[in-house]
Write a protein that binds this ligand. Structure first.
Ligand code: N7H
Length: 494
């Protein structure tokens, strides 16, 4: 299989292929279409501004000329309805996308405080969202200027498009999330991107993340189509292998984007671990044991070192070693979970070669049908410096300051149902998982105090009981990230 050509990369939105590590500040502008007819001039102006996957030019010193800001765009199903895409196209989007994230609350375990009725955006009691603009910049000032520029640009729609919500966040230089752990380590490599022409155990077929290419079933992912007669200027490509004659492929080079605003209960997390930790001579919780238990829940140490490779204590050099910190499988050394618990967050979300009743290679094949590309950015002020966790400095008796903090979590995938939703529901929220029972993902599971977290141990396992919910959903949306060609097509129809 060849790598993507420059023209193909120019057609794919950049956020699918890059986390823009050099641009840690982000804003998300949520827009509503009031009058589709007035959106045309805006769409025509914004389309050439969308950051694509085109490789960055090399400077004379050999370094890449990275963009100072990036812009990406996604549409909800309601957004495509508002833009009056033909019915045949609307109905050819994936079912879960048609329903939207709030309607999927049962599947996702969005209950209690996480129920869509309580969401601050994207729920039934808030303004309808049609479009998300994803803005990235190098610092706060550059982000603010870029945001203002985008808000000005909205004016060309003369009220046809309004902003209904805005969210902001940034990745701290330590790359630690609010519980104090290094994040953003394990990402699937996409076949056809630079250096990965062929799929293998670690390189996932393109069609898991970009429509129009074969996926891990060696099939083409479901892609929205449009009758050829509805594309009179012949802008859109045919379906792969011209599989549906008389129909054009609206989805090619596009993908689905899941957004979840996830609040993290930092005092609740550390106080729970304090309650369960060994006591020191003075009767107070042993902070080293608290970090140990937290790492067992996570599957990695605060530095990012995977428990499989560093079972007893953190190994900061390994944690930071981008070449090594994701080089592991669970077989043959840790099938039983003695190093990395079977129910830990990372092992549930990507069991790699460890699914029970499957040979390692078989397990990798089936697990690789449920991978996601994650993009996450923190919001909210720290209760205590998150970098302190790696140093074992965790304050005891943390008081809840009632300030929200957490992650703007994004998942990119070709099938929301088979990828993001499957991980959240069948792996993280399931009481029975890979031989466990009455356990749920201790980090993102829909825990309600009735389930446990089992730490496999020889001779006797340890059990953390009555795990509460540490992550609450505060809002969300299911979006489609069209190709640049599809964006031009959308503009041409208005
Ligand atoms: Fe998770 N965390 O910071 O505590 N996650 N996650 N996640 N997560 C991972 O390997 C975290 C969430 C995955 O390939 C790490 O990059 C938090 C959702 C997957 O081995 C850490 C939240 C879903 C992986 C966290 C959160 C996932 C992963 C280790 C919510 C999907 C890769 C760093 C607030 C439904 C597993 C790394 C692999 C890793 C954290 C949410 C999925 C530290 C705080 C909702 C697939």
């Amino acid at each position: 299989m060849p790598e993507f050509t420059r023209d193909e990369l120019r057609d794919i939105q950049g956020t699918i292929l890059s986390g823009f590590a050099h641009l840690p500040y982000a804003s998300y502008l949520f827009l509503q279409i009031k009058d589709a007819a007035k959106v045309k001039p805006w769409l025509e102006k914004i389309t050439p501004q969308i950051t694509t996957g085109e490789p960055w030019d090399k400077l004379p010193d050999g370094l890449r000329q990275k963009p100072p800001v990036t812009l990406n765009i996604g549409f909800t199903y309601a957004g495509f309805e508002a833009l009056r895409l033909p019915e045949e196209t609307l109905l050819s989007f994936a079912r879960e996308f048609q329903k939207g994230v709030a309607a999927r609350s049962k599947t996702l375990g969005d209950t209690g405080a996480s129920a869509p009725e309580h969401w601050e955006m994207g729920g039934p009691g808030t303004e309808a969202i049609h479009i998300i603009l994803v803005l990235n910049a190098a610092n706060e000032a550059a982000l603010e200027a870029f945001r203002e520029q985008q808000r000005q640009l909205l004016q060309v729609s003369q009220g046809g498009l309004i902003e209904v919500n805005a969210q902001h966040g940034h990745r701290p230089p330590s790359e630690k999330e609010a519980f104090g752990f290094l994040d953003g380590i394990s990402q699937p490599k996409i076949q056809r991107t630079l250096g990965y022409p062929e799929p293998n155990q670690w390189v996932i077929r393109t069609g898991e993340f970009i429509l129009g290419y074969l996926n891990e079933y060696k099939e083409y992912p479901l892609s929205p189509g449009i009758a050829a007669k509805n594309d009179p200027d012949n802008l859109l490509p045919p379906f792969p292998e011209n599989a549906i004659p008389d129909c054009k492929d609206f989805g090619r080079h596009g993908s689905y984007l899941v957004y979840r605003k996830l609040a993290q209960d930092v005092p609740g997390f550390w106080n729970y671990l304090a309650d369960n930790a060994r006591r020191g001579p003075d009767g107070s919780p042993d902070t080293q044991d608290m970090v140990y238990l937290a790492a067992k829940c996570m599957g990695r140490w605060p530095s990012g070192a995977p428990l499989v490779l560093a079972p007893e204590k953190d190994d900061p050099a390994l944690g930071r070693d981008r070449g090594q910190n994701n080089q592991f499988t669970y077989q043959p050394t840790d099938l039983e979970g003695l190093a990395c618990p079977v129910g830990s967050h990372v092992r549930r979300c990507n069991p790699r070669d460890s699914r029970i009743n499957e040979e390692p290679a078989e397990s990798l094949t089936s697990v690789n049908r449920h991978r996601i590309i994650r993009r996450a950015v923190s919001f909210g002020a720290d209760l205590f410096p998150r970098e302190d966790v790696e140093r074992g400095k965790i304050p005891l008796d943390l008081k809840d300051d009632h300030q929200e903090r957490g992650l703007h979590f994004f998942a990119i995938n070709a099938s929301i149902g088979r990828q993001f939703e499957m991980i959240q529901s069948t792996w993280s929220n399931a009481r029975s998982f890979n031989g466990l029972f009455d356990n749920k993902d201790p980090i993102i599971g829909d825990n309600d105090g009735s389930s446990h977290m089992t730490l496999q141990r020889d001779p006797i396992r340890q059990q953390l009981n009555h795990v509460p919910r540490f992550v609450t959903v505060r809002g969300g949306g299911y979006f489609f990230l069209p190709s640049i060609t599809a964006l031009r097509f959308l503009g041409s129809r208005l």
